[in-house]
Ligand binder design. Structure first.
Ligand SMILES: [Zn+2]
Length: 721
């Protein structure tokens, strides 16, 4: 899963704050250096790094430096916040909002470095710190955003914002701060605050129980097979793995099939035995609905608690509360977005289902397609159509060529930028490579760390994050990192990657440029600090250049002969990507709608019967297709019920719609040109969250997005008879 580490962190720790801008005269700098040399600060985190753009000095930072820096950082920020509260002058934008933006310099620096390393280069010491830190940081955040005196100052400034001569960016910043306080519950009276705290406590124990039930089920909810013959269709290596898993679990001589976290079980694509397929599918789709690890009541209660909390905060539903801070703004916008694509989507689904039913009929079987049959027969259809050899494809995707002649080449053509290696800068692991980013006019823009290879201690997936965020106020330039988990070639051998991995490098650098092109004043509004339903737009937008003819001709060359990838093979690669997209899209859309419906319930709605509710919700939107159930059902829908993406699972597709629409527009306007690149950079990437996101989109695109380009991007036919 591609995503942003930065968003995960900032949603947990709502305050992004920063330092007093340092005086930059030579004298002061010399003085500071002299002082630093005399005092010899034992902890390098206590002072700003002297390296270019405050790039962390990874050689000097040790794990024992983190906790003291966090503690000191929190204490310092609370003192700064207290000073804002104690200021007897009339509260204004400068002495309150800007002061908050400037607070917490040490904490911000420590947090950025620590969470980056905890994700990409973890170890037992760092995991211990993470555990110790979580409750402390949550409390620190509450101490700021539930502070009555501080909120009163912010509210007073917000109330008279029309009369203040604020710039557009300042107005936006004030609004962002005001809403953060309101949404945390700062406006409520003591009794209501107590109710919120009670709900939060109950909610927190229920979400924990929800996750723990699922965790327990990953062990207990498995399918054991005694007879090897039932596993016909699986490759020998996989059968061996299942045998080992059974032995480990105390069932030697048998075969143990684990259930993965979605409704879809990849093993079904190869399992010939229909009865076993049904058994595996049911173990997946019906999990957590009964028995000691049931989430049945928990789901209903969570939905009700969230509705009650939303009501206390002044909203009609949890979805209304959640969407207000997003680009979509209202639940209706999300429902409309899905409604506009469902007719075309269902047409594609029906065509895919017909092809699969034909395959079943042709095999001499006499049954009607069921959910446990889909993947198995879809795989047969796919083989008939494409018969793609992934290893043959990889020969044309050598890592360095993809990065330099593909990704960097594209960025140069679009934006005029160049990446120059900076081998003199310290890195946190020998596999990490530092670059400096230069603009077309030779001006230095940012430092970029490339951390692409898998290793122990790195969590799975791919993401972008920042060590230093761009901010005019703090006179800071961005220091950004891209992290992936590419398997490095053996020593002396080239690293050959899949086409998907190649597009992921484009994707992550899309996030990277969102951070590195940022050109705003206030750090809270900088770069990727946008809403969840916008953040994947810049990354998905860059993905599509990977298959742009001029780009692919420049990088997809055989690693030994340098021959370009044969047209026939390339066409297969591209076409095979749109295979089964009706199924993929529908199972996602159904889950996203389920998430929206649960969180659209009003506070006075009774506790729901989970299965009945699901059926009604899917039927209401015309997506109740028995053989394509939602990707997650409510009882194991961690995004939605676990909390992180409640009323927010739609966001992935919202971002993709923006990206597809913007990319299609660029193609209409001449494709890979500086003219389009510069316009996109100016209206989308440089502005970060400093203005309304739909306004930014329209400034670039000339109109609001629609879903037709997305359907095309996914290879779905958009015509409805
Ligand atoms: Zn992403």
């Amino acid at each position: 899963m591609k995503h942003l580490l930065a968003t995960a962190i900032s949603s947990a720790l709502l305050l992004t704050a920063c330092s007093e801008p340092q005086t930059t005269t030579t004298n002061t700098q010399t003085e500071q250096t002299a002082t630093a040399a005399q005092v010899q600060p034992a902890n390098p985190l206590f002072v700003k790094s002297a390296l270019q753009y405050e790039t962390p000095d990874f050689n000097a930072i040790k794990d024992e430096h983190f906790m003291p820096a966090f503690n000191k950082g929190m204490t310092e920020q609370m003192a700064e916040v207290q000073a804002i509260i104690n200021n007897s002058a009339k509260p204004d934008f400068s002495n309150t909002i800007v002061a908050l933006e400037k607070s917490g310099e040490l904490l911000t620096r420590t947090r950025s470095i620590f969470y980056n390393l905890a994700g990409s280069d973890s170890n037992p010491a760092r995991r211990e710190i993470q555990k110790e830190l979580a409750p402390k940081m949550a409390a620190h955040n509450d101490n700021i955003f539930l502070n009555k005196a501080l909120f009163e100052k912010v509210a007073a400034i917000h109330a008279e914002s029309d009369t203040l001569a604020l710039s557009a960016e300042e107005t936006r910043l004030l609004d962002v701060y005001y809403k953060r306080f309101v949404r945390a519950g700062a406006q409520l009276n003591e009794e209501q605050k107590q109710q919120i705290r009670d709900i939060n406590t109950k909610h927190s124990s229920l979400t924990t129980q929800f996750s723990q039930n699922l965790l327990a089920l990953t062990k207990s909810n498995v399918v054991l097979v005694a007879d090897k013959a039932q596993l016909e269709g699986l490759p020998a290596g996989q059968i061996e793995q299942l045998a080992n898993a059974a032995t480990e679990a105390g069932h030697p001589g048998q075969y143990l099939i684990k259930i993965t976290n979605t409704t879809r079980q990849p093993i079904l694509a190869a399992l010939k035995n229909r009865e076993l397929r049904e058994k595996v599918w049911r173990a997946s789709a019906e999990r957590a609905l009964s028995g000691e690890n049931s989430n049945r009541e928990i789901v209903a209660e969570l939905a009700q608690l969230r509705a009650q909390k939303a009501k206390l905060l002044g909203y009609d539903s949890w979805a209304a509360f959640g969407l207000e801070s997003q680009m979509a703004k209202k639940p209706e916008a999300v429902f409309d977005m899905f409604a506009s694509m469902i007719p075309a989507l269902m047409q594609n689904v029906n065509a895919e289902a017909a092809a699969i039913q034909a395959k079943i009929d042709a095999s001499g079987e006499q049954f009607k397609l069921q959910p446990w049959d889909w993947l198995f027969y879809a795989e047969q259809v796919r083989k008939d159509k494409y018969n793609l050899d992934e290893n043959a494809v990889k020969e044309y995707f050598e890592f360095n060529r993809v990065l330099e002649d593909g990704v960097f080449f594209t960025m140069n053509r679009l934006y005029g930028i160049t990446f120059k290696p900076r081998n003199d800068l310290p890195v946190y692991h020998p596999d990490v490579k530092a670059y400096e980013l230069f603009d077309a006019d030779g001006k230095s823009l940012a430092i970029f760390f490339a951390d692409y290879f898998a290793r122990e201690g790195k969590r799975g997936g791919a993401w972008m994050s920042s060590f230093v965020k761009q901010s005019g106020l703090k006179e800071q330039k961005p220091v950004v990192v891209n992290v992936m988990n590419i398997q490095k070639g053996a020593s002396g051998e080239p690293t050959l990657i899949s086409y998907d991995e190649a597009t992921t490098i484009f994707h992550e650098l899309g996030h990277g440029l969102h951070g590195m092109f940022s050109n705003v004043k206030y750090p809270t509004l900088s770069g990727t600090s946008v809403s969840r339903d916008f953040v994947e737009f810049p990354s998905t937008f860059e993905e599509d250049w990977a298959m742009y003819p001029e780009v692919i001709a420049n990088y997809a060359k055989h690693h030994e002969t340098g021959e370009p990838i044969p047209d026939e093979l390339l066409t297969k690669v591209i076409q095979s990507r749109s295979f089964n997209q009706g199924f993929d899209t529908l199972e996602y859309v159904a889950a996203a709608l389920l998430d929206m419906e649960w969180h659209s319930l009003p506070a006075d709605a009774p506790l729901q019967d989970i299965e009945k509710f699901e059926q009604q919700a899917l039927t209401k939107h015309g997506v109740n297709v028995p053989f394509i159930p939602p990707r997650y059902k409510s009882a194991f829908f961690s995004h939605s019920m676990g909390g992180g993406y409640s009323a927010g699972y739609y966001a992935y597709m919202w971002s993709e719609i923006l990206a597809a629409d913007a990319f299609a527009y660029v193609q209409e306007q001449g494709g890979l040109t500086r003219k389009m690149g510069d316009k996109y950079r100016k209206e989308i990437l440089e502005v970060g969250n400093s203005r309304d996101l739909m306004e930014s989109f329209k400034a670039f695109r000339g109109q609001e997005p629609d879903t037709s380009a997305l359907l095309k991007r996914r290879g779905l036919k958009a015509t409805v008879q």
